[in-house]
Design a protein around this ligand. Structure first.
Ligand code: UFG
Length: 335
C-alpha cells in the first residue's frame, strides 16, 4: 500500500516524504511544481506532476496507485498575498480540496492527513491556544484552511472519509544533513530571512512592529522543527489506520520566542552580526501565537526531537550554507 503525498515537493511535504521513506513506507508524490521543487523529492518516491483541480490527472494517479492514505500539503500559504488575492486561495486551497475529496471518495480512499494552520484561530482570546478555541480567521489564507477543515468534516459524515487536521504554528529548520530545506520565492518567513541577512544576501532584517504587548514589544511565535512536524503526520496516519475518529491537533512547542529573541539566537548560531532595524507593523500579524500542544503529545504520542530554537536555526543555517541558492531551479521569470 502507498501513501500519496500531495504537495510533496514543497518545504514541509518534501520532509514528510523523506521521513515516510526512511520509515519504510511506499510513497507517491503529486505536485504541480508551482512553488515546489522536483529536486526536493526523495528519489525513492514515484513522482506525478499535475494539479489537484485536474480530476482526470488525479483519477489516473488513484487508478495507478494502491493508496492507503493521503497527506495533503498542496496549498498556498502566504498571508499577505492572500489579503490581496483571496480568490487565488479559495480556488487553489478550498476548491482543490473539493476536487481531491471527490476523487478519494470515488476510489474508496478513506484517510487524509491535512496541513492546517494556527491562522484558522485568528487573533487568540487566550494563550496558549487550545484546539477547542474559537476559529475566527483574520485573513483569507486562514479562512481557506478553515473551510477545508469543515469540508472534510462534512465529507466524513457523508462518505466516511476520516481526517486529521494538523494546525501548524511556526515551522522552521531543515533535515539535519542539509540535503533538503526551505526555498520559497519570494521568501517571507522570519528564520530564512534572518539567515539571508547572515549570509550577506540581504542588507538587514526589518523587524515588523516593536510596540506589541509582549516581553520586548515584538511578536511572539511558537517554533516547531520541520522534521518533527513531518513525524507528526506519520503518527496521524497511523492513528487513522488504527480506526480512530477524525480529529484536530495543534503542532507547536508550547514555548514562545519573540522576533528579537529569534534574531539573537540566530546571531549566536551563525556568529554573524545580522544587522536589523525596527519597522512598522505588518498587517494581519497577531501579537502572540503559542500552541497548547499536549493533545498531540498525549493522543498521537508525538515526541518532538528539537526543543530549542537554536538547534532549529542551526539546521536551517546548515541548509543555507550548503545550498546558498536553494534548489537553484528557478529562472528569472519564475522567481
Ligand atoms: N517578521 C519580521 N520580519 C520579516 C519577516 C517576518 O519581523 O522580514 C516577523 C513577522 O512580522 C512575525 C514573525 O516574524 O511577527 C513571524 O513571521 P513569519 O512570516 O515567519 O510567520 P507568521 O507567524 O506570519 O506565519 C506563519 C506561517 C503562516 C501561518 C502562521 C500561523 O507562515 O502560514 O504562521 O501562525 F498562517
Amino acid at each position: 500500500m502507498t501513501v500519496l503525498v500531495l504537495g510533496g515537493a514543497g518545504y514541509i511535504g518534501s520532509h514528510a516524504v523523506d521521513r515516510l521513506i526512511s520509515k519504510g513506507y511506499d510513497v507517491a508524490v503529486v505536485d504541480n511544481l508551482v512553488t515546489g521543487h522536483r529536486a526536493a523529492v526523495n528519489k525513492k518516491a514515484r513522482f506525478y506532476e499535475g494539479d489537484l483541480h485536474d480530476q482526470k490527472f488525479l483519477n489516473d494517479v488513484f487508478d495507478k496507485e494502491d493508496i492507503e492514505g493521503v497527506m495533503h500539503f498542496a496549498a498556498f500559504s502566504i498571508v499577505p498575498e492572500s489579503m490581496e488575492k483571496p480568490l487565488k486561495y479559495f480556488d487553489n486551497n478550498t476548491a482543490g480540496m473539493v476536487s481531491l475529496l471527490e476523487v478519494m471518495n470515488k476510489h474508496n480512499v478513506k484517510r487524509i492527513v491535512f496541513s492546517s494552520t494556527a491562522a484558522t484561530y485568528g487573533e487568540p482570546k487566550q494563550i496558549p491556544i487550545k484546539e477547542t478555541d474559537p476559529q475566527i480567521p483574520t485573513n483569507p489564507y486562514g479562512e481557506s484552511k478553515l473551510m477545508m477543515e469543515k469540508i472534510m468534516g462534512w465529507s466524513d459524515k457523508a462518505y466516511g472519509i476520516k481526517f486529521v487536521a494538523l494546525r501548524y504554528f511556526n515551522v522552521a529548520g531543515a533535515k539535519e544533513d542539509g540535503s533538503i530545506g526551505e526555498d520559497h520565492h519570494p521568501e517571507t518567513h522570519l528564520v530564512p530571512i534572518i539567515l539571508q541577512v547572515a549570509a550577506g544576501e540581504r542588507k538587514e532584517l526589518s523587524i515588523f512592529g516593536s510596540d506589541y504587548p509582549t516581553k520586548d514589544g515584538t511578536n511572539v511565535r511558537d517554533y516547531v522543527h520541520v522534521v518533527d512536524l513531518a513525524d507528526a503526520h506519520i503518527l496521524a496516519l497511523e492513528y487513522l489506520k488504527a480506526g480512530n475518529d477524525s480529529n484536530a491537533f495543534n503542532l507547536g512547542s508550547s514555548t514562545g520566542f519573540s522576533n528579537k529573541e529569534m534574531l539573537e539566537a540566530a546571531r549566536k548560531v551563525t556568529g554573524k552580526e545580522i544587522p536589523a532595524k525596527m519597522a512598522p507593523r505588518r498587517a494581519g500579524d497577531p501579537s502572540t501565537l503559542i500552541a497548547a500542544s499536549d493533545k498531540a503529545r498525549e493522543v498521537l504520542n508525538w515526541k518532538p526531537q528539537f526543543d530549542n530554537v537554536e538547534d532549529i536555526i542551526r539546521t536551517a543555517w546548515n541548509w543555507k550554507q550548503t545550498h546558498p541558492q536553494g534548489y537553484n531551479d528557478r529562472t528569472e521569470e519564475t522567481k
